[in-house]
Design a protein around this ligand. Structure first.
Ligand SMILES: [Zn+2]
Length: 649
């Protein structure tokens, strides 16, 4: 899902009939509404619902007239029993609704509500492991409206509309279900009766549309597993139009339907803008893996909430902007095909959708990717703390925090791409999207990261600890000084914005520029204040930290090469032999303490040894491969650099 802005995000929370009237933006009203919201936002992620059975299928039959905020209907839940002697069946369901009857094997079992959001049915006889059966619940009433407004009534151009938006805990407000992230229904049927001038949006394929004088019934069938919060409908006097798209994953000649339900007054602009989703569908299909519901459809339904919501196979959206289409479409892979196992891992939905939309904007040049990186990184660094991992899933504001879940989540993916390189990163992502244990089900962060580890051969536990669980970001200070002709010393220091991470392990690209030259070297400091000795074949005049903005880090860069001309370094020692083979010996003019450091030409320190005055000054070099190295000698305040060569044996 994507709220259009933080302001709207807060403002529309929990209100039945929000009218987008700018005059309402009055500070006091805003404050009061937020205060009202915060109480209702404390919700439990898990419940007892679904214990002991596996949901196979929901057949939902609803009557909805958008002129009246009301629902009536029946939900039949087909299930398989997971343990012997199962008799009590719990559903997530709001007691604001009236249950007219419950049917189990043609009989009327005992049933009732427990608290505000749990409903139970006592089956007789008890059922045993592996048995398949069903319970039908007939109900009616005026649903609650929790979260982002789970069952909303509004209007457009004078016409009424009702839409649902159950994410994350609002399904139970309007239908009996299991909304925990444990069990997706394997398939659903939605049979929705609406007034004769209306259409009802739904998940899956539209099998039938039956018209009578007074009503129209829409029969939607979805044959893929679906989480309860992604089941949705929206009812108004929609205009419909449909196109076909061929996806790279489809056989030649095959195509898929893209079906749009839009307000009649928006048909012209929708007809122009919504087809833009087709190249994005093709792009994602080739980048992340086949579109998961290509045997059914993709589509959009217009609604009045301030943003978009990725209902499975039919995203609801307020407008038809490229970025909103790209965001909601990405969720069909990241969120719907594979759903976050807990809202603690919601970045697997929202960080991914944010990042994929940014990549689509770059691919189709609808926005500048570097500008997106700049503004997104600045927005995340606007506060010193906060983790991508959600520490409080009862707080919807925290779960859908724009800075942490969306922006920082997206930047973590960008950094993982940099860390692993594109081939390993995308191979890991495609393997994740093809993992039979995860697809059409749920995944945790570690299950996602395991795929990246497998494709790259790298251990990402430190990355997760620092960037996912840890808070804040690093500030790197780079200081470059000249040590001799073509020899530079680079010192990389680091401070962090939050005490939960004392040091971030970064793969830092640094670009060195001189007249007619530039070169980029990669550094991986493993502690703050690490020094590198560099041999660069040109006079460095400037240095840039992470010029392509891969890293969520601030930097301070200092180049000291244009200071006064260097004095010729004082020679206080002799290095021999040069070229060397198994050892290097240093002879000092005076018997003083000496520190010897040996560097590769890319600046990596390979060896460091401190000698007391008079100690034999010899380092063993038989482990080094042949080639050039830099030797740094430090004695008191004097330093000397020698380029040395290890000869072939
Ligand atoms: Zn989203």
């Amino acid at each position: 899902m994507k709220p259009l802005s933080n302001f709207i995000f807060y403002f529309v929370f929990g209100f039945f009939c929000f009218q987008s009237n700018a005059q309402l933006f009055d500070f006091q009203i805003h404050e009061k509404r937020e205060a009202q919201l915060s109480e209702g936002l404390r919700l439990q992620e898990t419940s007892i619902a679904g214990s002991g059975f596996d949901v196979l299928h929901y057949r939902c039959e609803w009557a909805i007239n958008p002129a009246q905020r009301f629902i009536s209907g029946r939900v039949r839940c087909d299930f398989r029993i997971l343990a012997d002697t199962q008799s009590l069946f719990w559903f997530d369901f709001s007691s604001a609704l009236t249950v007219d009857s419950v049917v189990f094997r043609g009989q009327s079992p005992d049933f009732g509500f427990s608290g505000n959001n749990l409903f139970w049915v006592k089956a007789n006889p008890v059922l045993n492991l592996g048995q398949v059966d069903s319970i039908s619940i007939f109900y009616h009433g005026v649903p609650n409206n929790s979260g982002f407004g789970s069952f909303n009534k509004d209007s457009h151009a004078g016409q009424p509309i009702i839409w649902t938006l159950s994410c994350p805990y609002g399904s139970r407000d309007w239908w009996p279900c299991v909304q925990n992230h444990r069990d997706k229904a394997d398939s659903i049927d939605l049979i929705i009766r609406v007034p004769a001038n209306c259409r009802a949006a739904g998940n899956g394929k539209l099998l039938a549309e039956i018209q009578t004088d007074s009503s129209r019934t829409f029969y939607w069938k979805h044959k893929h597993p679906i989480a309860a919060y992604l089941v949705a409908t929206a009812v108004t006097n929609y205009a419909a139009f449909s196109t076909k798209v061929h996806l790279p994953s489809q056989s030649e000649g095959d195509s898929m339907q893209v079906l749009n339900y839009v307000y009649p007054e928006a048909l012209t602009s929708a007809s122009f803008n919504l087809p833009k989703v087709m190249p994005i569908l093709q792009y994602y299909d080739s980048l992340a893996g086949p579109y998961p519901f290509r045997d059914e459809k993709y589509g959009h339904a217009q609604f009045g909430w301030g943003g978009g919501m990725e209902h499975q196979t039919m995203s609801f959206m307020t407008d038809f902007s490229f970025s909103l289409q790209a965001h909601e479409l990405a969720h069909q892979w990241f969120g719907n095909h594979i759903t976050c196992r807990s809202w603690r891992d919601v970045w697997l939905n929202e960080g991914w959708a944010t990042y994929m939309a940014a990549l689509a904007e770059r691919r189709f040049e609808t926005a500048n990717f570097q500008s997106w990186l700049n503004t997104t990184q600045s927005a995340v660094r606007a506060s010193a703390g906060g983790s991508v991992w959600v520490d409080d899933t009862s707080n919807i504001n925290r779960v859908f925090d724009s800075r942490l879940t969306y922006k920082k989540g997206a930047l973590l993916l960008h950094m993982l791409r940099w860390e692993l390189g594109d081939p390993a990163f995308w191979a890991g992502v495609r393997a994740y999207q093809a993992d039979p244990a995860l697809v059409y089900g749920y995944a945790s962060t570690s299950q996602f990261v395991q795929h990246l580890e497998a494709s790259s051969g790298k251990d990402l536990s430190q990355f997760l600890q620092e960037w996912f669980y840890g808070q804040g970001y690093p500030t790197c200070s780079l200081k470059l000084s000249k040590e001799g002709l073509g020899i530079y010393r680079l010192r990389i220091s680091q401070t962090t914005s939050h005490s939960s991470v004392p040091f971030f392990h970064l793969k830092i690209p640094v670009r060195f520029t001189g007249i007619g030259h530039d070169t980029t070297l990669i550094f991986r400091p493993d502690s703050a204040g690490q020094e590198y000795l560099l041999s660069l074949p040109f006079e460095v005049s400037a240095m840039a930290f992470d010029p392509q903005k891969w890293l969520l880090a601030k930097s301070v860069v200092q180049v000291l090469t244009n200071l006064a001309p260097l004095k010729k370094p004082k020679e206080f020692a002799e290095v021999l032999p040069n070229p060397f083979t198994d050892s290097i010996e240093v002879r000092m003019l005076k018997k003083e303490a000496l520190k010897i450091r040996l560097y590769s030409l890319s600046g990596e320190e390979l060896l460091q040894k401190v000698f007391a005055p008079g100690e034999p000054l010899r380092i063993l070099t038989h482990n080094l491969s042949s080639g050039s190295y830099l030797l740094l000698l430090e004695s008191g305040k004097e330093t000397m650099v020698r380029k040395v060569l290890k000869a072939w044996k």
